[in-house]
Ligand binder design. Structure first.
Ligand SMILES: [Zn+2]
Length: 286
């Protein structure tokens, strides 16, 4: 610890408050590949949520070691009650439950200095992506200004709206590669997808150590980061899996039908664009 602290100056040493936001998903956690792990009630769900909790606590540890004075964790998977409030590192605050207006980006605002994404996965059309999807399987693809993005991209757009850089992303290799390219964040691949339900995974203990060290290192050099800023007007294009979901999406004011399954929204406010994506996702539920 002493050795590590001597290597770089944590953010708190600059005397400023540093609020770190951590959004945690489940599919990109080391050791998680199966539906029985990601679905509440699944045979291995309780085990998987413990893995998720441990990576979350590792990230919190890294954030405080990197100079955070406050940490807010947002449970961002499924029921969004995966993380048990009494098992989270007590120094952090937790957003739990759903629905919440901004979903995986809930709680973020311009008072934060950095955002961290843990356990993230790639979009659905990506090869070798473990549990690839964006929000749910009703959305085939989501594009921002013509670039396909996963949840990392939409959430990073919200962080960018608030002027907050994404500094660290962990998840499967496909997710981390894409998220790094989009956000410029540091990344840690904790597993490599072999298929939708299979991966070569890092040992969870190893992943936790690396997440903790990675978050700390990312915060120490945070000043060099830039928030994601998209050129305006921002074009959101969503291809839905079902035509009848595209019918519903096309009812949203401002949304145009591009083709049978594809709808488009164009706007200058990144937060509004995000809300429209959330609305379309929610309309595309059976
Ligand atoms: Zn997700």
């Amino acid at each position: 610890m002493v050795l590590a602290l001597a290597m770089a100056t944590p953010v708190s040493a600059q005397g400023a408050r540093s609020k770190v936001y951590i959004s945690v998903d489940l599919e990109g956690i080391a050791g998680v590949v199966a539906n029985s792990q990601t679905s509440a009630g699944g045979l291995n769900y309780d085990w998987a949520r413990r893995l998720m909790l441990a990576e979350t606590n590792a990230a919190i540890e890294g954030a405080f070691a990197g100079g955070a004075t406050e940490v807010l964790v947002n449970d961002s998977h499924g029921s969004q009650t995966n993380l048990r409030a009494d098992e989270i590192d007590r120094r952090a605050m937790l957003i739990t439950g759903q629905p919440k207006p901004l979903g995986m980006a809930q709680g973020l605002d311009s008072s934060f200095t950095a955002a961290v994404y843990i356990g993230y996965h790639a979009p659905g059309s990506t090869a070798d992506a473990v549990h690839g999807h964006t929000f749910n399987n009703a959305l085939n693809t989501v594009k921002l200004n013509g670039t396909e993005v996963g949840e990392y991209g939409l959430n990073a757009m919200v962080a960018g709206y608030f002027g907050v850089p994404v500094v660290f992303v962990s998840g499967d290799k496909a997710a981390v590669d894409m998220a790094q390219a989009f956000t410029g964040a540091d990344g840690l691949s904790v597993k490599e997808g072999i298929g939708y339900y299979a991966a070569k995974t890092m040992h969870p203990l190893e992943a936790r150590e690396k997440i903790s060290a990675g978050v700390r290192a990312a915060l120490v050099k945070r000043i060099a980061r830039r928030p994601v800023t998209l050129t305006t007007p921002i074009t959101l294009e969503i291809e839905l899996a079902a035509l009848y979901h595209a019918d519903m999406a096309a009812l949203v004011p401002g949304v145009e039908r591009v083709s049978g399954r594809v709808v488009r929204y164009t706007g200058t406010n990144a937060l509004t664009v995000y809300k429209v994506s959330r609305l379309i996702m929610n309309l595309a539920r059976d």
